[in-house]
Design a protein around this ligand. Sequence first.
Ligand code: AGP
Length: 616
Amino acid sequence: MCGIVGYIGAKNTIPILLEGLQRLEYRGYDSSGIAVVNHGELSIRKTPGRIQNLRDLIIKEPLEAHLGISHTRWATHGEVTYQNAHPHLDASGRLALVHNGVIENYAKLRAQLQEEGHRFQSQTDTEVLAHLIGRAFDLLSEKTEKALIAAVREALRRVDGTYGIALIHADVPELVIGARRGSPLVLGIGVGEHFLASDVSAIVMHTRDVVYLNDYEIVSLRRDAFTISNLQGNGTHYNVTTVDELAHDMDKGIYPHYMIKEIFEQAHTVHEAMRGRLSLEEATAKLGGLEMSNAELRSVERVVLSGCGTAMHAAMVGEYLIESLAQVPTECEFASEFRYRNLPMTKDTLVFVLSQSGETADTLAALRESQRKGHRTLGICNNVASTIARESNGGVYMHAGPEIGVAATKSFTSQVTILTLIALLLGRMRHLSSSEGTKIIAELEALPEKIKKTLELQDQIAAIARSYATSKVMLFMGRQFNYPVALEGALKLKEVSYIAASGYPSAELKHGVIALVNEETPSLVIAPHDAVFSKNLSSIQEVKARKGPVIAIGTQGHSSELESMCDHLILIPQAPDYLTPILAAIPLQLFAYHTAVALGCDVDKPRNLAKSVTVE
Ligand code: AGP
């Protein structure tokens, strides 16, 4: 996904746009650019690479204006080059546009425009859209705000796919236009100034009054007024929301990277995921956001959990949680698969989609597919204003605060915590006794302290990470509740260190995976003192028999067998089987982080990645 910021007002727009882009850089960081209109002239500055490159360019070639648009890119169409960086111009060179999304019919539109003589500088779908709007505007006799808005409307009607756009035109020098379909866009309302952004974090330092645009809406911004209309030209109702400034705390504080800051926030964020949601009196969880009565919850006969990446791994833990604590048949499906499968579901199937950003295109599509078939579809999201949060039929907010590091960390443990609450709630409506519920609540309430204890292992884990940082391949293994944690640990390491890490159910080792084991290939085995501890010991012995190094995650107080077998042993606090995923995930996060640091990788902005994938 990409990041967009726009401004119109009395201030110099350049620092506002650059600061906004900096806050959105986690959304994509292949290239960036700015376009401004000043005294009827359009000026562009754009460059490949990080936003600092754009800052340096503007120092060399200064700009000053009171309105402008800007963009930080995560490439979908076209390589990372100057030509493909946004903003893009129309044929006249007087319209500039920035875009987040994918224009699916861009090739056909491009060919049609080329037949009319249009020439393109880039490989992007965005440039086609700029030409389409410019062409519609140039065909109109009057060159007014109304005409430009009409041209935008006309062009967008011809477009298939997703967009969040901002555009300006030198012939209409006091206007910024935005529009969205499938990619987020928020309007910031100031005094004598207005803002556009892909995410409120880019503008919250200027205003806390915002309007989250809906699909098919077009917004036109002047200094002291704005209008919101739909593609038919009709005005639309909107709500002004006052955002919580702290919820967008983007400061790293004492930490060198967002990822390590967010890892160390987990004692707090797991507590936040539970706060106000545990009823000691009723020995159950209280999740009003599900917007379901007890009777409706009791009638649930099957649960489907869907998400992407880390969210899918949390969902996979959720499958074990709900089936073991509530004995409700549960299955997980990658959102990208769910949306195309014709999963047999009945009216008593309850679907949850999990998404930290709430903007992941595949997960949003899965939500819409589920709802299209009439199923109640709930969201487990962190971003309360996100498209998924707004379109789901209720759900549970994570309250984890912004997660800026591209590698998800606190969002995983928050999602697993919430899934535990859901399992408790469903279980207590079925076979779980009050005393069992009370015990589960006590164990949940003890978690934040156990997370703090686990975080104290950082130095040991960092030393182990450094000693294996040059590995080319690494295997992660776990069983039952911790099989998905093995997948998550492998994903973390892949993402931030680029080591070829893969995760498996431990028992799969002997079904082919063991061919990879040798002295150069470390295995990280999650082996807490749980129901399958002895089976994990067998897997470790199989690795050791082939001289493979083993790093084990065991349970404090139950280390003797592991100590005799493993090359390194990380001991986490004792916890019930169903809560070990939250604790075991933390050493894996720290391991990945310190490996990446040892390798000098860009921890918060790994190559080729973006924080939320809002394109398919
Ligand atoms: C996880 O570290 C990755 N950044 C990625 O797999 C992520 O979990 C996935 O894209 C889903 O994102 P979401 O939770 O915002 O939907």
